[in-house]
Ligand binder design. Structure first.
Ligand code: ATP
Ligand code: MG
Length: 408
């Protein structure tokens, strides 16, 4: 047996301290905001049959071609740790017959897995918030999701310095025409593109626009724009999205080269980006994926959604210097061991009343007092062998005072 200490898996994180508090703050804020918008909570499996992802996300995407954690289980079935939520939610929509609930507004959050090169803001196990509206064809659904994302960022206190970049990929016809123009354009400079993009050229040229390789980036600015290929219908759809955003007071910037990394997007595509996280500047991204259900063999079902990286949001929250940790309300100081049971009783009453409490019951009497002070509580409640006998208080806490009045 090896005596070496096992190491954590590369690209995983053990989150603790202020980072963990910021993480929890992001999740709690999301839970509050999604309820305001009446999104229902769903819980999804962490793994699915591999085809759920390969058929929907697309074989030529980075996620499917090189980032998935796929393995054969003991029954020789190919399974994959989820690299994103949307495909699994679409699968669930079909297998559970959730059509009856359409339009269905759902939200979830949890871990995702991608085999990537770990760096700041990029991990192999990371976490996302996710919101989807399934079975809604109207631009109003896109607007609702974007307004919700915007409110989330505001409530997290990080909206300053985060910009909504918005684009449309048009409907199927517009997208095809644009695609053909992109192939022509990039073919002329093929030799100068990255190896990856040379390969993408015929299969999925839109994704060259999404490349992070500087060799590709130089050609992106002058590439054909979707606007020249938009059908009247697609133009009208996009116009309704932008006028809805304006009505809701959501600021946006047009980003004519913005495409999303995954194959299934149509019409609206967007990212909320910041320059405060270096290369990992996209905190939230999404769009409309009207073709996804069909790629999984389901009925045609228009849908739109977004996902946000919890770690990246939490890093921004940290930057903004948010007051994260709540102050302790009551420290119960057990002055000697025969007071222990009274202290335990008192503490459970406190917490049942909704007041936070900690017990200090070890060390010398002097040490115990010092420990209590160090916790910086609003009140120190003293307990000895005769039971609770008094408190000292720093600051205002009406709830705590009302509770203390009930004590003998
Ligand atoms: P990127 O371009 O940064 O690789 P992506 O387009 O692959 O992002 P999506 O699949 O759209 O990302 O995921 C939505 C969000 O999830 C991203 O905007 C980001 O905040 C977060 N995210 C994606 N991959 C990772 C990762 N490996 N580690 C941490 N967060 C991630
Ligand atoms: Mg990626």
């Amino acid at each position: 047996m090896s005596t070496k200490t096992p190491q954590a898996i590369r690209g995983t994180q053990d989150i603790f301290g202020v980072d963990a508090e910021a993480f929890a703050f992001v999740v709690e804020t999301f839970e509050r905001v999604r309820k305001l918008y009446r999104f229902r909570r769903i819980e999804m499996p962490v793994f699915e049959k591999t085809e759920v992802f390969s058929r929907s996300i697309g074989e030529t995407t980075d996620v499917v071609s090189k980032e998935m954690y796929s393995f054969l289980d003991r029954g020789d079935e190919s399974l994959t740790l989820r690299p994103e939520f949307t495909a699994g939610i679409a699968r669930a929509f079909i297998t559970n017959g959730w059509q009856q609930h359409a339009p269905l507004k759902v939200a979830t959050h949890g871990p995702l897995f991608r085999y990537e090169r770990p760096q700041k803001g990029r991990y192999r196990q990371f976490h996302q918030l996710d919101a989807e509206i399934i079975g809604a064809a109207e631009p109003q659904a896109d607007v609702e999701l974007l307004v919700m994302a915007d409110q989330l960022l505001k409530e997290l206190g990080i909206a300053d310095g985060v910009t909504l970049m918005l684009n449309t990929l048009g409907d199927g016809t517009s997208r095809e025409a644009w695609r053909a123009a992109l192939v022509d354009y990039f073919r002329a400079v093929k030799g100068e593109l990255s190896e990856d993009s040379q390969e993408r050229l015929e299969k999925n040229p839109l994704r060259i626009l999404d490349s992070k390789d500087p060799r590709d980036k130089v050609f992106v600015g002058d590439a054909p724009k979707i606007d020249d290929y938009l059908s009247a219908e697609a133009q009208d759809f996009f116009g309704k999205v932008t006028s809805g955003l304006d009505a809701a007071g959501v600021a946006w910037t047009r980003a004519p080269s913005l495409v999303r990394g995954l194959d299934y997007y149509r019409h609206t595509a967007f990212e909320f980006v910041t320059d405060r996280l270096g290369a990992q500047g996209t905190v939230l991204g999404g769009g409309r994926y009207d073709g996804l259900m069909e790629s999984l063999g389901g009925p045609p079902t228009p849908a739109v959604g977004w996902a946000a990286g919890i770690e990246r949001l939490a890093m921004l929250v940290g930057d903004a210097g948010c007051a994260i940790a709540d102050q302790l309300e009551a420290a119960v100081l057990v002055e000697n061991d025969s007071g222990l049971e009274s202290a335990i009783r008192l503490l459970s009453q406190l917490r049942a009343t909704g007041i936070s409490g900690e017990i200090i019951a070890s060390g010398s009497p002097k040490k115990r007092y010092d420990k209590a002070v160090k916790l910086n509580p609003q009140a120190i409640l003293r307990v000895n062998e005769t039971g609770y006998y008094g408190y000292s208080m720093d600051g205002n806490n009406d709830r705590l005072l009302a509770f203390l009045k009930t004590l003998p």
